[in-house]
Design a protein around this ligand. Structure first.
Ligand code: NAP
Length: 292
């Protein structure tokens, strides 16, 4: 079938604006709490990118009224000492959410450290209990970036039942939980990765494409059905120091139904979802359920 030539009016999904609205609501809700929620961030070593991310999270959290305690630990500590530290924070009633900033220095077993976080305080949603709950469709703390993508998709398409979605990337942080969120919304989902053959054919019939690979411009116009929704998770710094994403953005204007820009799409919404997870953890612990 020959594709019609008419142009589509492509909506640029403004993640910054959506995030600001969510943060405003969180701020108002926090003002009704008996105390400020507290987020504990464990940073091991001096990875420069991690230092930037941690400070960014701190600034955003404090703006809405969340207290942030950053524990900057020495990379020469042992795995057991790090796990004991996490367990201490688990027991601390004043701490609502815990993040272990990744990557950890190579000698740590990241899985073991993340799985040591109490599921009720695991605001990154990466603990195996929360992942397991997501996979069987039970309420849980869900990783922030896929949560952000879902909110962005829903801002342009409320009813996702029966939609065809392709998720490119299969990381624990983004791709895998993203597939589950889409499945839970009754989408038909295909997951692609670096060994996928004929990616353009795999993507071509999708109503929704979420790309999370870090390969600049991987998703070209010929991969995309006219009127598809495109969510670009990728963050790539080009040789000219420009930040760009996985999707060939300019090519999609007039072709896609909606697209998230990079920067200004998934990034700010990921931060808003993290803050939202802190508030959820506080609420669940103080209003609904006792911690386990
Ligand atoms: P990751 O752990 O490196 O995973 C990348 C995934 O992409 C892998 O599953 C890999 O496949 C797949 N992939 C790589 N090249 C591919 C190709 N040519 N074709 C198809 N699939 C390919 O990365 P991540 O943590 O998921 O992050 C992905 C990107 O999103 C990065 O650019 C990261 O900076 C960005 N990110 C942004 C945010 C945000 O807030 N905006 C948050 C998190 C991540 P294999 O499994 O086969 O290796």
């Amino acid at each position: 079938m020959v594709e019609k030539k008419e142009k589509v009016k492509t909506k640029i999904i403004d993640g910054k604006k959506m995030a600001a609205a969510i943060e405003k609501k969180l701020q108002a809700e926090i003002q009704t709490f008996e105390r400020k929620p507290q987020m504990a961030v464990i940073l091991v070593g001096d990875n420069p990118a991690s230092l930037i991310y941690v400070n960014h999270k701190k600034k955003a959290a404090e703006k809405v009224g969340i207290d942030v305690a950053i524990y900057h630990l020495s990379p020469v500590m042992t795995q057991d000492a790090l796990i004991s530290f996490v367990e201490e924070l688990n027991r601390n009633e004043g701490v609502d959410g815990i993040i272990v900033q990744l990557p950890l220095p190579k000698h740590f077993d990241e899985n073991a450290v993340i799985n040591a976080i109490s599921p009720a305080k695991d605001i990154d949603g990466l603990n195996y209990i929360n992942m397991g709950k997501l996979f069987i469709g039970q309420p849980s703390l869900v990783p922030c970036t896929p949560l952000a993508c879902m909110a962005l998709i829903k801002s342009v398409s409320r009813n996702l039942v029966g939609k065809t979605a392709v998720v490119v990337g299969r990381s624990r942080l983004v791709g895998k939980p993203m597939v589950q969120l889409l499945l839970n919304e009754q989408c038909t989902v295909t997951q692609a990765h670096s060994k996928t053959k004929h990616l353009s054919d795999v993507c071509k019939n999708a109503d929704i494409i979420v790309s999370a690979t870090g390969c600049a411009g991987l998703i070209r116009k010929k991969f995309v059905k006219k009127g598809a929704i495109l969510i670009d998770v990728g963050i790539v710094r080009t040789a000219s120091k420009k930040i760009t994403g996985d999707i060939a953005y300019e090519e999609m204007l007039g072709h896609a139904k909606a697209i998230t820009p990079v920067p200004g799409g998934v990034g700010p919404m990921t931060v808003a979802m993290l803050l939202s997870n802190v508030v959820k953890a506080y609420r669940d612990a103080n209003v609904l359920l006792p911690r386990i």
